[in-house]
Design a protein around this ligand. Structure first.
Ligand code: FES
Ligand code: FES
Length: 853
């Protein structure tokens, strides 16, 4: 092992387990063990790269294993510098494995290593953040020996390296599952066998008698609240005897043992007696059910989670008098986030003080703190939740997954407990992207100017509320895309079913709506005889005009037309070259809006003991770069060295307002840190003083309260163009022109967009997370079942940043987290139509057959 002979126990299921759990070697990450599908655990055995979760110990005995910990210091630095300098990582979870794969190729081929070769070798890896462009740039740098020294970030607008980039690249910056504390136990979860079943009896005796087991807990052991939830408290952390399950991810018992293997094995020995009911899995059937016996979700009284609707103008007569009318029904699919780091929580009680410290990778640690305290039945100030920068989230870590169960076990035992989900458990438990059925009816005049739009939509929200009602509200609000429309009539229903829970996922309903709206725009363009670009130009929203739900747009919306104008030369050139070209235009709000008062705080503190400057903010770093943004604002405002800054996120200060969601972290986080820096400057930057700053958005209005409500404070805009080769039917190129208001860090900003385009192409073409309607259970259990696009199948992506500043926003920032995949599916559908004349209505548009594709 890294040059030293070692002996390990023989009971590990694979080499990765021995490395991480016994030898404390944590640079190889566990993204999917034992399935061998993500590449995060790649190490070298006798010089060859292999995924260590697929290596039985017997096969490794007597051979030479190398991990990043054992690589020569100079070489480590070369990789770390290259990935940092090129922006070749975001959450970083996949990178140590990729570095080991790259090292094998660079060792073999040196400067002769071709980019296409490396793309092929990366087929054994998944990265959900970067879109691979900058990953390949970094590997090329090392292979060619190009000078690529990372530069520290300066103030706003500089492209310095990501906060902690080098440590992340080498796997040295720990994630929750990398943490170990003395006396730590491991928890495993017993999940339900049926999506809708009465729980008659839970028998823990066999599990309790299993080797290494310390305790088994059920709902009967909860001292406080049974149910948690971001908006509605409807999600039971454990289903009790006498209760009923509502989806495949429901938890029945927590088993705590000395090792993870023991805990997981014993969890399967918890015996459960059920009365099984047929699951309600069709959202239309669910909302049509009137009888109380047809309620899908235990503890609720309706299968209608929410109805979002608004009307402006006389849609009926506008459609009747339109020169052209298009009617189409679109259906989008359920999607799994597939962040590379499965959910993990470590809870450490302090018996003397009667408190508990929880390490979480969640997207809303103040919400987590409040719900955990409620479950334990204690005051909030006895629970601290500390964010450990996570390995990707994309909305999928907004709801608690295992935080409450882990905290409960630790609290009851008064010992540290860690629980890490397997990939299959992660699939079953956390919320997905909503499948939505959308009926669109839109008209235009003879010039192609939109006259009216009617939309009826139903989204399958699965069992528990999560933020499903807000997703359908956002889908409804964004139904008309970034266009001017005199008459609109929209109704969107969120249905409760026994399918996987659906909630937040990058784009939050805007993707679904704008796949449909862009499809409608292209159909109308064809009727009128306009190009895709021209019809968008004729209808794009301008300042002072009324958008969708009635909002009068401000100068921020200049970005929409700016993106269209900027993409025109490339669009014209591709059309002239005979390519099949599709264009999409989109917008995505930043912030919660809808009359919600959004507050966030930040603290700046000059520490006397070590000369560091603490910057505390309220947002979850999940690869998007909010910690780097916070650092850059502090550098900009205080003129201090970036190396002095430590960014901290925990609940020891009240800085949070809920979830890191809605593309608002950069906008609001920058505003709050700027305000804290101003307070520090005004106060003379005294040592060991908390300087508090805040950023508030309290000027949005709820739909229906005034004639033209300001639903959202800010929007980001993008025009994306997909270029297809008519002979091969492959996508050659994607051009993504994005208005971000102000690019705080252009390289990081580009990386966000490249990763979004990768995700957006998967959404458009291949990704799906199907379920069995007879059971409500997902039929995908492995990462390769999801249809995520591999590096060799990614087209060239060209990102162009446009800066049309948002009035009243700090530095003009708009937010870029979600908009990157909003126009993509529409652009792909248009390109495919150019190719073969077929209009597409269903996602994904090129579904793949299964694991081997
Ligand atoms: S953890 Fe081994 S390949 Fe994913
Ligand atoms: S950087 Fe690759 S998964 Fe996040």
């Amino acid at each position: 092992m890294n040059g030293t002979p070692v002996q390990v126990r023989g009971d590990h299921p694979h080499l990765l387990s021995a490395l991480r759990e016994e030898l404390g070697i944590t640079s190889p990450k566990d993204g999917c063990s034992p399935t061998g599908q993500c590449g995060c655990c790649t190490v070298h055995i006798d010089g060859k790269p292999v995924v260590s979760c697929q290596q039985p110990l017997a096969k490794v005995a007597g051979r030479s294993v190398l991990t990043l910990e054992g690589v020569d210091a100079g070489e480590r630095q070369r990789y770390a510098s290259a990935f940092a300098a090129c922006g070749g990582l975001q959450c970083g979870f996949c990178i140590p494995g990729i570095v080991m794969r790259a090292k094998a190729q660079v060792d073999k081929k040196g400067a002769d290593l071709e980019r296409s070769d490396m793309e092929r070798h990366l087929g054994a890896h998944l990265c959900r953040c970067t879109g691979y462009v900058k990953v390949l740039d970094a590997i090329e740098c090392v292979a060619k020996g190009t000078e690529c020294a990372p530069t520290q970030p300066g103030g706003i607008g500089s492209s310095g390296v990501r906060y902690e980039a080098e440590e992340l690249a080498l796997g040295d910056r720990g994630y929750v599952d990398d943490l170990r504390v003395p006396g730590m136990l491991h928890a495993g979860l017993r999940l339900t066998d049926h999506a809708r079943a009465d729980i008659v009896r839970i028998d823990t005796s066999r599990a309790l008698a299993a080797p290494g087991v310390t305790a088994v807990f059920t709902a009967a052991d909860i001292p406080g609240e049974l149910r948690v939830g971001i908006i509605y408290k409807d999600w039971p952390i454990l289903i009790p005897e006498g209760g009923r399950t509502s989806y495949a991810g429901d938890v029945l018992a927590i088993v705590v043992a000395e090792t993870r293997q023991q805990a997981r094995a014993a969890a399967e020995m918890v015996d459960v007696e059920y009365i099984v009911h047929p699951p309600i899995t069709d959202p239309e059937v669910a909302v049509a059910s009137a009888s109380s016996k047809d309620i899908a979700v235990w503890g609720t009284d309706s299968n209608v989670l929410s109805v979002s609707e608004y009307r402006r103008g006389d849609v009926e007569s506008a459609l009747a008098s339109s020169a052209h009318v298009v009617r189409e029904t679109f259906q989008t699919q359920r999607i799994e986030h597939a962040f590379l780091e499965p959910e993990s929580t470590l809870a450490v009680p302090d018996t003397e003080r009667g408190t508990m410290h929880v390490y979480s990778g969640g997207q809303g640690i103040w919400d987590d703190r409040n719900d955990i305290a409620a479950v334990l039945g204690v005051e909030r100030d006895r629970v601290t939740v500390e964010l450990i920068t996570n390995g990707g989230a994309f909305g999928g870590k907004e709801d608690m997954s295992n935080q409450a169960q882990t905290a409960l076990a630790a609290w009851l035992l008064q010992r540290p407990v860690k629980c890490t989900l397997s990939r299959e458990e992660s699939f079953r438990i956390h919320a997905k992207r909503h499948p939505i059925r959308m009926e669109y009816e839109a008209g235009c005049d003879t010039e192609g100017r939109l006259t009216a739009l009617r939309v009826r939509a139903i989204g399958d929200s699965g069992a528990y509320a999560s933020v499903g009602m807000k997703v359908l509200e956002r889908m409804a609000g964004h139904a008309s895309g970034p266009y001017r429309l005199p008459a609109v009539d929209v109704r969107a229903v969120a249905a409760r079913t026994n399918n996987p829970v659906c909630g937040a996922f990058r784009g939050f309903g805007a993707n679904q709506a704008q796949f449909a709206m862009e499809g409608v725009m292209d159909r109308l363009a064809a009727r009128v005889g306009l190009s895709g670009w021209e019809i968008r130009k004729r209808n794009v929203i301008h300042p002072g005009e009324i958008w969708g739900p009635g909002q009068r747009m401000d100068d921020g919306c200049l970005g929409a037309e700016a993106c269209l104008d900027r993409i025109k030369p490339a669009y014209d050139a591709a059309v002239a070259a005979g390519k099949a070209v599709g264009l999409g235009l989109g917008l995505k709000n930043s912030g919660l809006g809808n009359g919600f008062r959004e507050w966030t705080g930040a603290v700046v503190r000059f520490n006397s003991h070590d000369n560091t400057v603490e910057v505390r903010h309220g947002w979850t770093e999940m690869g998007q770069g909010i910690n780097t943004v916070a650092l850059q604002v502090a550098v900009e405002e205080l003129g201090i060295e970036p190396s002095r800054i430590r960014v901290i996120i925990d609940t020891t200060r009240e800085l949070g307002i809920g979830q890191t969601t809605g593309s608002r972290g950069t906008l609001m986080g920058a505003g709050a840190v700027k305000s804290a820096c101003e307070a520090a400057r005004a106060g003379g930057c005294q040592l060991d003083v908390d300087y508090l700053g805040e950023y508030i958005v309290d000027w949005t209005q709820k739909l229906g309260t005034v004639e033209n409500p300001t639903i959202h404070s800010t929007f980001g805009y993008a025009a994306q163009m997909v270029v297809m080769d008519r002979d091969t039917a492959d996508i050659d190129r994607v051009v993504a022109v994005h208005d971000v208001g102000r690019a705080v860090n252009p390289v990081l900003c580009e990386g966000q967009i490249e990763g979004s385009v990768h995700m957006g192409l998967g959404y458009a073409l291949t990704e799906d997370f199907p379920h069995d309607p007879s059971t409500g259970f997902p039929t995908a259990a492995k990462l390769r079942d999801l249809g995520i696009i591999r590096p060799k199948d990614m087209p060239e992506v060209e990102v162009v940043l446009v800066e049309a500043p948002q009035p009243n926003a700090p530095y003009g920032i708009k937010g870029v987290g979600e908009i990157g995949l909003v126009p993509t599916a529409g652009a792909v559908a248009a390109a495919l139509h150019e190719l073969d004349g077929e209009w597409r209505t269903v996602l994904p548009m090129r579904p793949r057959g299964g694991s081997d594709d």
